[in-house]
Design a protein around this ligand. Structure first.
Ligand code: PGA
Length: 257
């Protein structure tokens, strides 16, 4: 029997929404899909809105994610927050290695690897972002970049921990640009990622891991992307900032589930 991977739609609000605005948006989403369980939905507000949004999500199927965390337990790391701090706010997921963190904040594969291990040690599910820049794609190194980022970030992750990891393939040139990867371009890289996971962890485990697509995904292009064999959901930036489009994306995922 083929393994059915439950689709996951995650909203990455980035540096948008005050706590109050986040509550309004989360309430609208919960009213529409709060008890939906055929698809997993995760909202990732900024740190300052986590606690208020957590109250809205209490008792609902929609889960709470953070956008970043520091690998250390505590200490002199001004401006940072730890996995444990997130856990106490009922956070279940954490986006790690987003290209904006890599580009603007100098995050390396080695640092992202430490965060992945710390998240897993604290029972947080990492949404690990990988993806090539336009120059890398044009230079023909897409697959090599994706391989380096994936292997770097997963170093030391044990097979029994891998099922908690979600991978997000986000071509950097498609993020916030309106330029979505074609379904063929996306599926090719997703299949490659699953092959890499198969080499690292074996087929039965690799078949269980969800690989999301991210980069200008919206209701109009989602049905085709989500119908691809190895695309198991989406990490949504712009279209997650309005309840209507986010809910439509969850429904698009339901339609192919
Ligand atoms: P986008 O962002 O949907 O606005 O392109 C996706 C992301 O950066 O996670």
């Amino acid at each position: 029997m083929p393994i059915i991977r439950k689709k996951l739609i995650a909203g990455n609000w980035k540096m948008n929404k005050t706590a109050g605005e986040g509550v309004t948006l989360a309430k609208e989403i919960v009213d529409a899909i709060g008890r939906e369980t055929a698809v997993d939905a995760v909202l990732c507000p900024p740190f300052t809105a986590l606690e208020s949004v957590a109250h809205v999500l209490e008792g609902q199927a929609v889960k709470l994610g953070a956008q970043n965390m520091h690998p250390e337990k505590n200490g002199a790391y001004t401006g940072e927050v730890s996995a444990e701090m997130l856990r106490t706010l009922y956070v279940t997921h954490v986006i790690l290695g987003h290209s904006e963190r890599r580009t603007y904040f100098g995050e390396t594969d080695a640092f992202i690897n430490k965060k992945v291990l710390a998240a897993l040690a604290n029972e947080l599910k990492p949404i690990l972002c990988i993806g090539e820049t336009l120059a890398e794609r044009e230079g023909g190194s897409t697959l090599a970049v994706v391989q380096r980022q994936l292997e770097g970030a997963l170093a030391g992750v044990k097979p029994e921990q891998l099922t908690s990891v979600v991978i997000a393939y986000e071509p950097v040139w498609a993020i916030g640009t309106g330029k979505v990867a074609t379904t063929a371009q996306a599926q090719e890289v997703h299949a490659f990622i699953r092959e890499l996971l198969t080499k690292l962890y074996g087929a039965p485990l690799a078949q269980k891991i969800r690989i999301l697509y991210g980069g200008s995904m919206k209701p109009s292009n989602a049905p085709e992307l989500l119908a691809q064999k190895d695309i198991d959901g989406g990490l949504i930036g712009g279209a997650s900032l309005e309840a209507k489009s986010f809910v439509e994306l969850v429904k698009a995922a339901m339609a192919v589930s």
